[in-house]
Design a protein around this ligand. Structure first.
Ligand code: SF4
Length: 750
């Protein structure tokens, strides 16, 4: 049995802590001397705000929090600018790993708000989850404003989809009106017009509340929860929004919210919104990146979010159906409205072209069906996703050629719909006679806008799917997925970048005034190398780990028992877990058991005694939140409760105190071997002479294991046990590196 104390890494960190909060830096190392570059004004603003905050809240300064403030102020408070205030020095990027209990939000807000204000910049705080976004807006920033003496304004920037579209509401309330005959032709595009009695009541009450200034059109401030399918009828996206041409523009909830955003010091938003803005060149939805100081909280998600942003897919069968439907709808539209001029000529071309592309889609479907060897496999969420991956992203030539034809077809369709949308815009102003009344142009625009968006999405997919990858950069991952489509099956065609590093480097880090990335897990195996590679951090980026406020060695024990079953032999390993689990978790009120595969989770559950199983909540039967609530209620009622979960329960789940006294981890969480993006990345690294197992698989698994262990201690009072049922952490060399990167719990290794 081996019992270890604190990780020496943390002790090292404690030694190099810079004395930002002292006036003299005597005895500090060279890094600390840099702090003399921060202006005295900024330094005193930050120090004053922090002291006032601690005093008002009767808190003691937290060591890690002070260190984090110092690191941020050092990098972001020392940026050279030209006379227009634009950064002239190297990219200013700082990445700080700070564990639970550090008080990250207070740290970065206290450092970054005065820094941004003094530099005349806007602060954009982006999170990965709605829960954190709400906490920052409703709790942390108001609290800071009340208690720190900092004077700032802030607002929440949400996507258009969170706001009601008045034009859509108008359209729904005119149910049965003859003018809606056009919209009824396009039910598939989300223009479903039938309004039942309950919806009619809801829509009327919405319009009344809007008129009486009792509602601002924000979904989240409507007093009752709204079903997604009801809301989808009420909101819109940029392709359907007529913007300044819209008769409701002045009252539009989304544009009003955006106008408010233009004046505030701090904008809270999500990663997706920042990425969408950058994809539009920056400054389109949010402030210009050159005038923005960014904070990416939950920053470990940023690289994957960025990849997701540039990934494309289409479903062959459903797109073919859509093309046929579009051809029919537009032919009917022409029959109903004999249209003179360009409008008629352009619409007339659509049905024939749509059917031509549909035929190509069908050829592509047959070719993919013949070629694909769909292998069963789970994705990281444990969903069954049979896939066929193109090795190295290389698509067979005959498929690629067909893809190029589809790309050309969709380019023509995209062009037709773009010209139609432009014409309708002109018609809306009433300045140009396009053959229909301006109100009709307003009605038609969203319909053609959504057709344009779908055609454009397909064009993007086929462009990415058929592109030739430059030799010296990472290729695209390309694969097919077997998908359900009602009674029939469909084939989904996918193309995704494998790294977002270059995109983030070019559009974010190199352009922004400054940026902070923070999270409880940015390092892997104790280093920032993995995050640097995936996020494309500039070489000059400063990285820091601040020590956790938790005393891991006193608060918890990490056990690695000998199950006498190798986790690579899944049958024996599952049988051993079934045998040992009941006695392992005995005595704990709340237990979280984390699996890497849905199959193993289900097999363990099925193999347990029926009576014992009654205390288990297994992921998948209810929503994540409902599962957590039920678990908590059972613990509150004095009973013991066991949660079985997959990857999504290993991160972001907050179960303090008795809710989680024991975390059992079935296996080292290696990535699903057939994840197409990860597999293509591994191939690319191998082709360049690297070792993908050591460079990707092990660091990724280490990071996930740290996240899983992070479920145990949520407050400084928490105590508990982590049991890892995978002895590879002691038997394999890579396993020892993974073990050493775990928080410094007391260890009991059989
Ligand atoms: S401006 Fe756009 S989002 Fe707003 S009401 Fe008009 S169409 Fe809807």
């Amino acid at each position: 049995m081996e019992i270890a104390g604190y990780d020496s890494r943390l002790l090292e960190l404690l030694k190099i802590y810079p004395a930002f909060f002292t006036d003299a830096c005597t005895g500090c190392d060279a890094r600390a001397n840099d702090r003399t570059m921060i202006s005295n004004e900024l330094k005193s603003q930050i120090q004053g705000a922090y002291s006032r905050f601690l005093e008002a809240k009767s808190l003691k300064p937290r060591y890690g929090q002070r260190l984090m403030i110092a690191e941020i102020a050092k990098v972001l408070g020392d940026i050279d600018t030209d006379e227009e205030g634009r950064r002239t020095s190297d990219p200013a990027v700082v990445a700080v790993e700070a564990g639970t209990g550090t008080g990250k939000t207070v740290a970065y807000a206290i450092a970054a708000i005065p820094t941004a204000k003094l530099a005349g910049k806007r602060l954009v705080i982006a999170t990965a989850t709605v829960a954190l976004q709400e906490q920052i807006v409703h709790k942390d920033l108001p609290d800071l404003m009340r208690n720190s003496g900092l004077n700032f304004t802030f607002s929440l920037a949400k996507g258009r989809g969170r706001y009601m579209c008045l034009s859509k509401l108008d359209m729904l309330l005119q149910e049965g009106d003859a003018t809606n005959a056009t919209a009824q032709l396009f039910e598939e595009e989300g223009f479903k017009i039938e309004v039942d009695e309950a919806s009619q009541k809801l829509f009327t009450s919405m319009i009344e509340k809007l008129a009486g200034n009792k509602w601002d059109g924000d979904r989240d401030s409507w007093p009752q929860a709204l079903e997604d399918q009801d809301w989808a009828r009420l909101t819109t996206d940029h392709s359907q929004c007529t913007n300044r041409h819209c008769p409701n523009f002045q009252q539009c909830a989304f544009y009003k919210a955006r106008e408010g955003m233009g004046k505030v010091d701090v904008i809270v938003t999500n990663h997706d919104m920042v990425l969408a803005d950058l994809a539009l060149g920056g400054g389109a939805v949010l402030p210009d990146p050159r005038d923005t100081l960014y904070v990416f909280d939950e920053g470990h998600h940023l690289p994957d979010k960025a990849i997701g942003h540039f990934a494309h897919y289409t479903r062959l069968r459903s797109t073919a159906d859509w093309l046929e439907q579009t051809a029919k709808n537009l032919a009917k539209l022409l029959a109903q409205h004999p249209l003179p001029g360009d409008l008629g000529k352009l619409i007339e071309q659509v049905p024939e072209l749509a059917r031509e592309i549909k035929a190509q889609q069908q050829f592509m479907f047959s070719a993919c069906e013949q070629l694909a060897d769909f292998r069963a496999g789970e994705d990281m969420q444990g969903r069954e996703r049979p896939r066929h991956r193109f090795i190295g992203g290389v698509v067979p030539e005959h498929i690629r050629e067909m893809g190029i034809e589809l790309k050309k077809g969709f380019a023509r369709l995209d062009d037709l719909f773009t010209r139609l949308a432009d014409l309708l815009k002109e018609g809306m102003d009433g300045e140009v006679n396009i053959g229909i009344a301006s109100h009709q142009a307003e009605e038609w625009y969203p319909l053609f806008g959504s057709l344009l968006a779908r055609a454009h999405g397909n064009w993007e997919l086929w462009t990415a799917f058929t592109a030739e990858d430059p030799e010296d950069s990472p290729p695209m991952a390309r694969w097919l997925t077997l998908a359900d489509s009602g009674a029939l099956f469909d084939i989904e065609v996918n193309a995704s970048p494998i790294l977002a590093a270059e995109m983030l480097r070019r559009n974010l880090w190199n352009v922004a005034y400054g940026a902070l990335v923070t999270s409880a897990t940015l390092t892997a195996l104790g280093k920032f190398d993995r995050f640097r590679m995936r996020a494309g951090l500039p070489k000059v980026a400063v990285t820091a780990v601040v020590p956790s406020p938790f005393h891991h060695a006193d608060a918890g024990v990490l056990r690695v028992p000998d199950l006498k079953a190798d986790p690579r032999d899944s049958v024996a390993h599952t049988a051993a877990i079934i045998r040992e689990l009941p006695s392992l978790v005995e005595g704990s009120r709340g237990t979280l058991v984390l699996f890497s595969s849905r199959k193993q989770m289900q097999d363990v559950f099925d193999g347990l005694e029926r009576d014992w199983r009654k205390q288990v909540f297994i992921q998948g039967n209810l929503s994540k939140q409902e599962t957590l609530n039920k678990h908590k209620a059972r613990v509150d009622g004095g009973d013991s409760s066991v949660l079985f979960g997959l990857a999504s329960f290993a991160e972001g789940v907050d179960l303090p105190g008795a809710y989680c006294e024991h975390v059992v981890i079935a296996k080292i969480p290696f990535a699903v071997p057939d994840d197409p993006v990860e597999a293509a990345l591994a191939e690319w690294i191998e082709a360049r002479g690297g070792n993908p197992f050591m460079e990707i698989a092990v660091p990724d698994a280490s990071l996930r294991l740290v996240q899983a262990c992070g479920r145990l201690l949520r407050t400084e009072e928490d105590r508990g046990t982590i049991t890892l049922l995978d002895r590879r952490v002691v038997t394999q060399r890579y396993g020892k590196a993974i073990l050493n990167a775990l928080p410094p719990f007391r260890r009991e290794i059989s």
